[in-house]
Design a binder for this molecule. Structure first.
Ligand code: GLA
Length: 403
C-alpha cells in the first residue's frame, strides 16, 4: 500500500541515525516530522545500556497531544503510547539473535483510535465483561454503557484504553520505564467514585517487563480490575497463526461462560478438557475441537483460575508461552488470581498492523492477568470492590527469553 511507504522510509532513516528499530518506531505516525526524541537518558552499561526516549506520536481529534516513549535495555526495546498507556512495540531477539517486534499494534494514532481491539492497551476501570453492564455496591445500582452485545466490556464505550494518560519517566540502576497516571472522574462510564490509577511499566536488565498497578478512589466505593491487553505473536507480529505456540498454564480450573461470554458462576476443573494446559501443549492442538466452551468462545476466550499460592514477592507463576521455531518465550508471573487467555478469535483481517500485514483470526494471543470477569455479580468470585482509604495494587511480570 503506497501510503505506508513513507513510514517505512522514516523507520530506515531513524535506524541509520543509530536510534534502533524501536526508537525509529517512536518517530512514526502523524508527528513523524517532529524528529529526534527530546530526551535520551542513559544509565550505565553492564549487559547493555538502559535508555529511554520520548517523541510526539500524534494529536487526538479533541486536541490532546500523544507521545511515544521508547525504552531499551540494549537487548530488547519497548515502545509505549500515552494513548491508553499502550504497549505499541516489543522488540526481542530470537534464539539466533534476530530481533523482531512481537506485539500487535499500529504505527499511527488514527488507527488506534478507530480500529484497535485493545492492542497493548491498559484496560480499566473494569477489565473484561460485566453482565448487562449492571452491578451494585452497598445497595446502590450502577449502569455501564453496553459495548459488547448486551454486556459491558473493558470499562465501557470509552474505557481507559481510549484516554490520554500523563506520563513520567522512571529510572533506576536496574530498570527503566514509564509511570502512567489517569484520573477517572466520579460517574465516568457509570462507575462511582473518582479513581486515580497509576500503572508503571519498567524493563530491567534481565528482560523483565514489570507492570505495577496502583489505584485509589475518592468519594464513593467502586470496582476496579486493571489489566493490559497486549497481543503477542512470538514469531513476530503479522507472521501468521499462533497454533504452534506451546503453552503451559498454572491453572487447574477455569470459569466456563454462557453464550455472551459471561461466566456461569461455575469454577470448573480443566482436567480432561481442552482447557488443561497444566503440561506444555500447543495452543492449536485442541483449538478446533467440538468442546462447547470452545464453540461459544470461537476458541480460547476464558478466565483461568491460577493455582497455588503467591510467593514472598506476592507473585506466582501463571504461564509460559514458547514458539518452537524461533525459540522466543514469555513467562508470566502475577499477583492476580486469574488471567483471561484469548486466542485472538475476533481478529478478522479487516485491518493491517504496524508491519503492514493483515491480522487474521488466531494470529496472536492475549494473556490478561486480572480478577475474574463479572466479579461484581458473582458472589463466589474474589471481590473487586475498592473503598475510599483502601489501595488497589496488582503486579504482573512478563519475562522475555529464548529456548
Ligand atoms: C478480551 C475478551 C475477548 C475480546 C478481546 C478484545 O480478551 O474476552 O472476548 O473482546 O478482549 O477483542
Amino acid at each position: 500500500m503506497p501510503e505506508h511507504l513513507p513510514r517505512r522510509q522514516v523507520l530506515r532513516t531513524a535506524g541509520a541515525l543509530g536510534l534502533g528499530a524501536a526508537a525509529a518506531g517512536a518517530l512514526t505516525g502523524p508527528a513523524e516530522a517532529a524528529g529526534t526524541p527530546d530526551r535520551l537518558a542513559t544509565m550505565g552499561a553492564h549487559h547493555g545500556k538502559l535508555e529511554i526516549g520520548k517523541a510526539p506520536f500524534g494529536t487526538t481529534p479533541d486536541g490532546k497531544k500523544v507521545d511515544v516513549y521508547t525504552f531499551s535495555n540494549g537487548r530488547m526495546t519497548i515502545s509505549m503510547l500515552t494513548w491508553g498507556a499502550t504497549i505499541q512495540r516489543v522488540e526481542t531477539p530470537d534464539r539466533r539473535g534476530r530481533v523482531k517486534n512481537i506485539s500487535l499494534g499500529f504505527d499511527n494514532l488514527p488507527d488506534y483510535a478507530a480500529l484497535s481491539p485493545y492492542f497493548g492497551s491498559t484496560i480499566g476501570r473494569y477489565g473484561n465483561r460485566i453482565a448487562k453492564g449492571k452491578f451494585s455496591i452497598d445497595g446502590n445500582s450502577y449502569q455501564i454503557p453496553l459495548n459488547n452485545g448486551e454486556n459491558a466490556l473493558h470499562g465501557g464505550t470509552l474505557g481507559f484504553d481510549k484516554k490520554v494518560w500523563s506520563a513520567k519517566i522512571v529510572q533506576s540502576a536496574k530498570a527503566v520505564g514509564v509511570a502512567f497516571t489517569y484520573v477517572s472522574p466520579d460517574g465516568e462510564m457509570g462507575f462511582p467514585g473518582e479513581l486515580t490509577s497509576t500503572v508503571t511499566y519498567t524493563l530491567d536488565r534481565d528482560d523483565n517487563l514489570r507492570i505495577e498497578y496502583h489505584a485509589t478512589v475518592k468519594g464513593k466505593p467502586t470496582i476496579v480490575n486493571l489489566t493490559n491487553h497486549v497481543y503477542f505473536n512470538l514469531g513476530g507480529e503479522g507472521s501468521g497463526p499462533i497454533d504452534g505456540h506451546v503453552l503451559q498454564l498454572n491453572a487447574p480450573k477455569y470459569t466456563p461462560v454462557d453464550a455472551t461470554l459471561i461466566p456461569t458462576g461455575e469454577i470448573a476443573p480443566v482436567a480432561g478438557t481442552p482447557f488443561d494446559f497444566t503440561k506444555p501443549t500447543a495452543i492449536g492442538a485442541r483449538l478446533r475441537g467440538d468442546h462447547p466452551q470452545l464453540v461459544v468462545g470461537r476458541g480460547y476466550d476464558h478466565n483461568f483460575v491460577l493455582g497455588g499460592k503467591t510467593g514472598a514477592d506476592g507473585l506466582r507463576f501463571a504461564a509460559r508461552f514458547w514458539e518452537p521455531e524461533d525459540g522466543r518465550t514469555i513467562t508470566v508471573h502475577t499477583s492476580e488470581p486469574g488471567a483471561q487467555f484469548y486466542s485472538g478469535n475476533f481478529l478478522d483481517g479487516t485491518f493491517r498492523g504496524i508491519g503492514d500485514r493483515a491480522y487474521r483470526q488466531g494470529d496472536a494471543f492475549a494473556f490478561e492477568t486480572q480478577h475474574f470477569p463479572d466479579s461484581p455479580n458473582q458472589p463466589n468470585f474474589p471481590s473487586t470492590v475498592l473503598r475510599p482509604g483502601q489501595t488497589y495494587r496488582s503486579t504482573t511480570v512478563y519475562n522475555f527469553g529464548t529456548k
